[in-house]
Design a protein. Structure first.
Length: 307
């Protein structure tokens, strides 16, 4: 036990080794980069081995460092699994859901009370870090299951992926916009309105206008590339609520705003996105009671048949 390294130093080493950057590790651990660097140096002195090769730009794991990272990561995973077992034995379970930010704020959070009432012994944590690509990243963001958007289940190698629902897209705006600027009867009337554009989404105004033209609707003068741009769907919808213009609403994200009357849909035409929402999780979670409870509740909220 005398040779066991300090836990704080091990946490700093694991974070830097996994993320590859001292600053990112410091942000994750909620400490300063200087504190992380100090812990790494202290660990190397304790072990009497160099764990990283240092350059002016970054840190690279040495061969010894890479081997030790595998051991430390495995030990932390065993601790997590042991804690999970202890929670189950004491009747308390915990599920960490990593979600796309807008899906979390517009769909999950408004419904969480019902989930809590139905599952009072299951502690829920939702985080919205979007750093999630390879299979190890789900663990790296501290989550058991993720909600992601994608084209097919193969987008997350090594993970299990269940398709939930596609986005359904159609223009929406604040009721006051129609009163101030006149009714939107034809898509061509959008030429006199400000289009709110989400710059990071692959689908949007061009797709809806193409569908309108394919149905023989007039879109004369409407430029899908001209308007106010936002980098997130949430910002664009907030701008629409404030009366700045017309945005492509995306069901199920926009449903609560339509139900409350904050936004209205002036046209009947809706199109289905190629992109769907997926429930993504590691195979080890597949048969756990807490995942089944969340999956069944989520599918019910989305009006989907139970798996």
């Amino acid at each position: 036990m005398k040779r066991l390294p300090p836990l704080t130093a091990l946490r700093a080493f694991e974070a830097v080794g996994r993320l590859g950057h001292v600053k990112e590790a410091a942000d994750e651990l909620n400490v300063t980069p200087a504190a992380v660097s100090h812990q790494i140096r202290a660990l190397e002195e304790h072990l009497e081995v160099e764990l990283f090769s240092r350059s002016t730009r970054n840190l690279q794991l040495t061969r010894c460092g890479s081997d030790f990272l595998s051991a430390v990561s495995g030990a932390f995973e065993m601790l997590k699994e042991g804690a999970d077992r202890l929670s189950r034995e004491t009747g308390r379970q915990r599920l960490v859901v990593n979600s796309l930010p807008t899906f979390a704020s517009n769909f999950l959070v408004p419904r969480l009370l019902q989930f809590h009432i139905a599952h009072p012994d299951l502690e829920m944590e939702i985080n919205t870090s979007v750093r999630f690509g390879d299979p190890g990243e789900l663990r790296n963001v501290g989550a058991d299951v993720a909600i992601r958007a994608g084209l097919h289940e193969g987008a997350w190698p090594g993970m299990m992926a269940e398709r939930l629902v596609p986005e359904v897209m159609f223009p929406v705006c604040a009721p006051g916009l129609l009163q101030a600027g006149g009714p939107l009867v034809s898509p061509a009337d959008l030429a006199s309105q400000t289009l709110l554009i989400v710059s990071r989404t692959p689908e949007g105004w061009p797709d809806w206008l193409d569908a309108a033209r394919s149905q023989g609707l007039d879109t004369t003068g409407v430029d899908p590339n001209h308007g106010l741009r936002f980098d997130t769907i949430q910002l664009a919808m907030t701008a629409a609520i404030e009366g700045l213009g017309v945005v492509i609403g995306r069901r199920p994200l926009v449903d609560a705003y339509l139900d409350s009357g904050l936004l209205v849909s002036p046209f009947d035409l809706e199109i289905t996105s190629k992109i769907a929402y997926w429930l993504v999780y590691p195979p080890r979670m597949a048969q756990t009671e807490r995942l089944r409870a969340f999956r069944d509740w989520l599918r019910a909220e989305l009006s989907l048949p139970q798996a």
